[in-house]
Design a protein around this ligand. Structure first.
Ligand SMILES: [Zn+2]
Length: 436
């Protein structure tokens, strides 16, 4: 087994060569970065460059077994790496492949039609990949990377999308050079990236990483506690990646959390008063398997807050109860990072009383002030008993819950700014609220 080794200057291509280890998993480590953007994180730059982390062992999975690889004269196509996903692959010509993209199970599912595959060239040339969808149709604009670190949008001239809505198919042209390339619906951000990120953050005196628990398949679900010296009576909860393909939400969560751990006077005052619990990847099994929506129990985790039937959501329930049952502590806020087709905050309406009072409105007003050239979208509603995170925390704890949604294709530099400014506005607003 290869040791996990952080590489100082970015990831070498060899990390991503087709490289199976003894338990059959591919080594993969990646840091998300679209072309021209330095997404390295200020606190943990060294630890955050991609590393060759071994993938956790996984059991055989019908979809994976069916996935297989295929080859033609030009290249071999496979999905044997964390997040790699397609239902079937066929070489339809010397320079052409057809992939069928399908969801992970037969249940009802959102149309987050994730795909990720690797092309390993046998020789140079142009290859065409036809993406056919079993349901839902094409959604994510394809991104390409040679190293898993730096990602480019495929150029429009190389992507043809045909059909409408659930009938949308796509055809992708890729110029193959010497080494393998990855193509995916979004930047690939597997658990190894979170590990490197959390390890980097944990070097900060005010951050502590621990294991919250294990997923259904035994993968780690980490939690990071952020707090200054002394005793914090108020707790803010941040959750991410309930839905595997929702990478743009993750790209906002990273700078959001880093801002809470920053050196500003604001951040120090915030950490002195508030404890933050960060669970950045609640559905690691779904992420590794390239699921569209569910965990391996076939459940949408964000429809299980209340029933808490799944190992992953049970961990969240336990974490919240741990705070709520301690008479010296109070849950104050829950933010849940997601992606959809545009940037929007799903909130509860201002008419419903919360503690802190009118937090959501005051926070988003302040955030809008900090983002004068950007329009903050908010949609407020509440269905009592709906088993989603934001409704559950309001119904159960009377606190504001917000689903923080980033657009699939929102500019990545803007996403970073959104994460930073939303965090600043949140800290200011919470510090302005009376202490319980
Ligand atoms: Zn979501």
């Amino acid at each position: 087994m290869a040791a996990s080794t952080a590489l100082a200057g970015g990831s070498s291509l060899s990390t991503y060569a087709r490289n199976s280890d003894s338990d059959g998993g591919a080594h993969f480590g990646a840091l998300h970065c679209l072309k021209g953007l330095d997404m390295r994180l200020p606190i943990a730059a060294a630890a955050l460059v991609a590393a060759a982390f071994p993938a956790p062992p996984v059991e055989a999975h019908p979809a994976e077994a069916a996935q297989g690889e295929c080859a033609n004269a030009l290249a071999t196509l496979d999905g044997d790496f964390p997040t790699g996903a397609y239902a079937s692959c066929e070489a339809t010509g010397d320079k052409r492949f057809k992939l069928v993209i399908a969801p992970e199970d037969e249940g009802r599912i959102n149309c987050s039609a994730w795909y990720a595959f690797r092309l390993t060239p046998a020789r140079k040339g142009r290859v065409t990949i036809d993406l056919d969808y079993a349901t839902c149709g094409h959604r994510y604009w394809p991104k390409i990377s040679t190293d898993g670190v730096t990602w480019d949008y495929l150029k429009a001239k190389n992507v043809t999308v045909e059909g409408e809505r659930n009938e949308r198919t796509a055809s992708i042209k890729v110029k193959l050079g010497d080494g393998p390339v990855f193509i995916a619906g979004q930047e690939i951000v597997p658990p190894s990236v979170y590990d490197a990120w959390l390890d980097g953050l944990a070097a900060h005196a005010d951050a502590e990483r621990r294991l919250l628990g294990k997923s259904a398949e035994g993968r780690d679900i980490p939690v990071m506690t952020i707090a200054g010296e002394g005793t914090q009576r108020e707790t803010v909860l941040l959750v991410g990646r309930q839905h595997p393909p929702e990478v743009s939400g993750a790209l906002a969560m990273f700078p959001f959390v880093e801002t809470l751990l920053g050196d500003s006077d604001l951040a120090r005052r915030y950490r002195a008063r508030f404890q933050t619990l960060v669970v950045p990847i609640l559905n690691p099994d779904g992420v590794v398997r390239g699921h569209w929506r569910h965990n391996t129990g076939g459940v949408d985790l964000n429809r299980d807050w209340g029933p808490f039937t799944q190992p992953e959501t049970k961990l969240m329930d336990g974490l919240m109860k741990e705070v709520a049952t301690d008479p010296g502590r109070r849950l104050r806020l829950m933010l849940d990072f997601h992606s959809t087709n545009h940037d929007v905050f799903y909130t509860i309406p201002d008419e419903l009383p919360t503690e802190p009072e009118l937090f959501t409105r005051r926070w988003l007003d302040r955030y809008q002030e900090l983002m004068p050239d950007y329009e903050v979208n908010r949609e407020a509603r509440h269905d009592v008993g709906r088993p989603v995170s934001k409704a559950h925390v309001y119904d159960t704890y009377g606190i504001p819950g917000v689903t923080f949604e980033l657009g699939d294709e929102t500019d990545r530099e803007l996403i970073r700014r959104i994460g930073e400014q939303a965090a600043i506005a949140m800290m200011e607003t919470l510090l302005d609220s009376p202490e319980p």
